[in-house]
Design a protein around this ligand. Structure first.
Ligand SMILES: [Zn+2]
Length: 350
């Protein structure tokens, strides 16, 4: 009994040491790791001055005649969408290697499209788009990720498309097909082959891809790398509310039986810091005397303004459970094996 107690104490101490040396992984749902503290817990650019997403204030948008039409390659190819995955933070669809490209639209060269993923809120209760237009956020936002240049330090470009809710049921057909996979990838780490012949074009009906906003920003998840060329299309894809709801009711953020559902997977809008958003046409003229509130940082989370670095109860509970099972396992009740087990516990990723 005494051995077990001493071992437990050692385990507790070692756990603290081990935890301190492991970077805290970011999340959307807990105050201790949500976007409010990414600039503290995640190194690199999360507190930079060119962060995404932003609120696009249309009155401040300036005309840019270089924003010509894009050329999309492989976006109508039925063999390009290969795999759909629950990453624990989003739902991601991977494209076949070197099969899809985008160029034009004032992008510096040919960009390889690698994947798309989604951001959403909580059904019809909370909008989940990352970008906003004049303060308005949409139910969801789709990001097509593109890269150009050499593999180690590529230039990144993201195409962002808003998803708006329609009153239909099960529409459009392409999104009914896409969401039909969600039940197969309910837990984090689950992935499955996309066997239906979906194309990227199928998933973007009704979007005029010659009308868009352009600005320089960042990745919207840690490490928030800057220098990302953002394109936000003005038109949205209309998807029926029942299909939108499937995202916040079907997939979970980890593999445990009591895992929270994956909801509110978006970062709050970031200060614009003097950046200029451009488009094919300028916004209405402004007096220039008073800046709109686009520079105000908001949390984007409803009903949970806590931002302090507090160890969440769930983490403490998990640690206790692991320690208890270690201490009560008879084969580990002897000091030396127990110490080995404790060290193993520290080495293994939690
Ligand atoms: Zn994204």
């Amino acid at each position: 009994m005494m051995n077990a107690f001493i071992a437990c104490l050692a385990a507790c101490l070692l756990h603290e040491v081990c935890s301190a040396s492991t970077p805290v992984s970011w999340c959307y749902h807990r105050p201790s790791c949500s976007d409010a503290v990414w600039s503290i817990i995640a190194e690199k650019d999360c507190d930079g001055t060119q962060q995404s997403p932003i609120d696009i204030v249309t009155a401040d948008v300036q005309a840019n005649t270089n924003l010509t039409a894009f050329t999309f390659t492989g976006y109508n190819d039925r063999a390009t969408l290969t795999e759909i995955e629950n990453t624990g933070r989003t739902i991601k669809v991977t494209f076949g290697d070197q099969k899809m490209y985008v160029e034009g639209g004032d992008l510096p060269g040919l960009f390889n499209s690698t994947q798309f993923h989604l951001h959403w809120g909580n059904g019809s209760a909370t909008p989940g788009s990352e970008h906003a237009v004049n303060g308005k956020r949409y139910p969801m936002e789709l990001h097509i990720m593109n890269e150009a240049g050499n593999g180690s330090d590529p230039v990144l470009s993201v195409l962002g498309i808003f998803i708006e809710a329609s009153n239909d049921t099960g529409k459009p057909e392409s999104w009914k097909t896409l969401t039909s996979y969600l039940a197969q990838i309910a837990s984090a780490g689950d992935k499955t082959h996309v066997s239906d012949k979906l194309t990227m074009d199928d998933l973007l009906p009704g979007v005029d891809r010659t009308k868009y906003y352009r600005y320089l920003g960042s990745l919207t998840t840690p490490s928030c790398d800057e220098g990302v060329i953002w394109t936000i299309f003005k038109d949205s894809v209309k998807v029926s509310q029942d299909l939108i709801d499937l995202f916040s009711t079907t997939v979970y953020i980890n593999q445990t039986t009591n895992s929270p559902l994956m909801t509110n997977t978006f970062r709050a809008v970031q200060p614009i810091y003097g950046r200029i958003v451009t488009s094919q046409v300028a916004g209405p003229k402004t007096t220039g005397l008073i800046k709109p509130t686009s520079g105000t940082k908001t949390t984007g989370f409803v009903g949970n303004p806590t931002t302090g670095l507090i160890t969440p109860r769930s983490v403490i509970k998990t640690s206790l459970t692991k320690l208890t099972s270690t201490a009560t396992n008879p084969s580990l009740a002897l000091n030396f094996p127990l110490l080995s087990a404790v060290l193993l516990y520290c080495i293994l990723p939690s």
